[in-house]
Design a protein around this ligand. Structure first.
Ligand code: ADP
Length: 268
């Protein structure tokens, strides 16, 4: 669960953390986007990040994908440092191989679906398990078919991405992320590039995954009713800090912080 405290490492549920941010600061030039951020996510939990545009939510997901590196602080995933390694009792910047191994626990779905346009749907989903995990082609094909069934696209395996609607492409992107069997699924405003009539189909698939699997989810969304449905915890961000956190029934109905009330009244 999230906290603003900077107390190091002694959290009572330290053995039950899949993600841990300790004092993470990220700056772009002289703009401090995240300011000594601490939070943890327990395995299997669904945590939603909300807050005004520019408050640092996407930066957190990009740090977890190692598309960005923290300027200060550390991130742990499944007990291992993501961008650091322990050597002779000291923390040093990690090599690429170490970071790649830790990152295998994480899958991400982006706003723009980023499918491979020259590959059919089935191959889009098979590609990384074969080439990154070394899974045999038959096993990868079977896994891909199962996941495409799960997202309601079992009958579109042979289509090319451009032959699908945006909502269908995003559902393929979800299947593709799950094909790596990640422990954590990061969702970055996955419906914001979609035509309004396609949003519900994608959110239904994600609700289904949230309710029927044990995958951990970290989700940035402006879809508040979705956030309310799937979240165990909601973290409210403002200017790179968590200003309030708790279960959705508390954050959405009895927010304590004035900024949370303002934000919710603007988006609800
Ligand atoms: P949110 O997801 O809450 O809208 P972001 O994490 O995307 O916020 O961005 C937080 C701040 O960091 C914004 O002011 C944004 O302009 C800035 N920012 C994000 N990425 C970069 C970058 N690569 N270079 C410079 N500034 C960036």
């Amino acid at each position: 669960m999230a906290t603003e405290s900077r107390t190091p490492s002694a959290a009572p549920d330290a053995g039950r953390e899949l993600i841990r941010f300790d004092g993470v600061t990220k700056r772009f030039g002289d703009h401090t986007v995240l300011d000594g951020l601490d939070f943890t996510v327990a395995p299997g939990k669904h945590v939603t990040l909300i807050g005004p545009s520019g408050s640092g939510k996407t930066t957190i997901l990009r740090l977890l994908m190692t598309l960005l590196r923290p300027d200060e602080g550390t991130i742990k995933v499944a007990g291992d440092y993501l961008t650091h390694e322990e050597r002779n009792g000291r923390l040093v910047p990690a090599g690429e191989k170490h970071t790649r191994e830790v990152r295998k626990h994480i899958g991400m779905v982006f706003q723009q679906f980023n499918l491979f346009p020259n590959m059919r749907v089935l191959r889009n989903v098979m590609e990384a398990p074969v080439h990154v995990l070394g899974l045999g082609k038959d096993a990868a094909r079977e896994r891909a078919r199962e996941l495409l069934d799960l997202v309601g696209l079992g009958d579109r395996c042979d289509a090319y991405p451009t032959q699908l609607s945006g909502g269908q492409q995003q559902r393929v992107a979800i299947a593709r992320a799950l094909a790596m069997r990640p422990q954590v699924l990061l969702l970055d405003e996955v419906t914001s590039a979609l035509d309004p009539e396609l949003v519900a189909g994608v959110l239904d698939v994600l609700r289904d995954i949230a309710h029927t699997t044990d995958i951990t989810m970290l989700c940035v969304t402006h879809e508040m009713s979705f956030a309310r449905d799937i979240s165990d915890d909601v973290l409210m961000f403002d200017a790179g800090r968590v200003i309030e956190s708790g279960p959705p029934e508390k954050i959405f109905t009895e927010p304590e912080h004035e900024r949370t009330r303002e934000f919710l009244s603007a988006v609800l």
